[in-house]
Design a protein around this ligand. Sequence first.
Ligand code: 6PG
Length: 232
Amino acid sequence: MSCRWHSYSTTTELEAATVQTILQAARSAISQRGGFHIVLAGGNTPRKVYESLRSADTDWSSWHVYFGDERCLPPDHAGRNSRMAAQAWLDHVAIPRAQIHPIPAEKGAETAAADYTQALKGIGQFDLVLLGLGEDGHTASLFPHHDPGDMPDAPAAMAVHDAPKPPPDRVSLSAFRLGAARQVMFLVTGESKRQAVQDWRNGMDIPAAAIRPAGGVDIYLEAGLLESAGKT
Ligand code: 6PG
């Protein structure tokens, strides 16, 4: 499985390239298959990308939006990934509401994971999966020392407890389901991610490396993060 590293000198360039990649994937999916199925990343890194997408010229009625993970908090809580995406982007565009699929994490991790696994039945490969990277190498809500669900028998969505990043209760798509995608891209910015990037490049078994789509993954990162820890 190949990891393609794409480095940008500024976050602005990285964000612009990400927007272009998303819109290109949407164009190609809509023209070839009539719909675009995208999985959104949580965390803060994608916020500007989401804001830029508000003004995109695309056929929003063909977009289908899913989430890679969610935190077990009320739907309108500021920490919800679905709320961030709604405020930054989804509330401002004409994607039919029935085609936006938040993870119902307010029901508790087990029930929400079972419901989302059910909701994803019949959805084939995603067209594009967006992911972030945590300081400890986590991605979505797949954390070190937890089962990443990277085997074919893993459920599509898994309950997560004792997450080291708050809140402790979460729901995550399994690594196997996240890898069932035509394109997977990671967005990585910020000095705090340096060690995780280095570990990944050194072949360490971090959770992000458990996502192994057939076509490999694309990692968009700030150029400085490619240098070893300790160097400037
Ligand atoms: C979450 C995430 C998580 C996130 C990374 C990076 O819900 O917390 O989906 O995997 O993407 O922790 O977070 P930042 O983008 O905020 O650095």
